[in-house]
Unconditional design. Sequence first.
Length: 95
Amino acid sequence: MIEGFTLPKATFRTRAFDETKMEYYWLDKTTEDYFMGKRVVLFSLPGAFTPTCSNYQLPGFEENYDAIRNQDIDAIYCCSAVSYTHLTLPTSDLV
């Protein structure tokens, strides 16, 4: 980590769920929406829900979650490029 490092401004296309319409929609969120005023850890996976990412890369972050948060970290974010179908599947279909 580099103290004082600021992430470049970027916009993330995210999926959100409208409970009143019971449907998903695209929502633009920026680095400022997620990170402004916070001390964060941001890591990425090449493909969510793939055997390598799920079995070898992500577990280390899960196992060390408390140790990371105890270093005065406000939030931990994982970013991944996934297909639209992965974003709309129920969790039970991903296992």
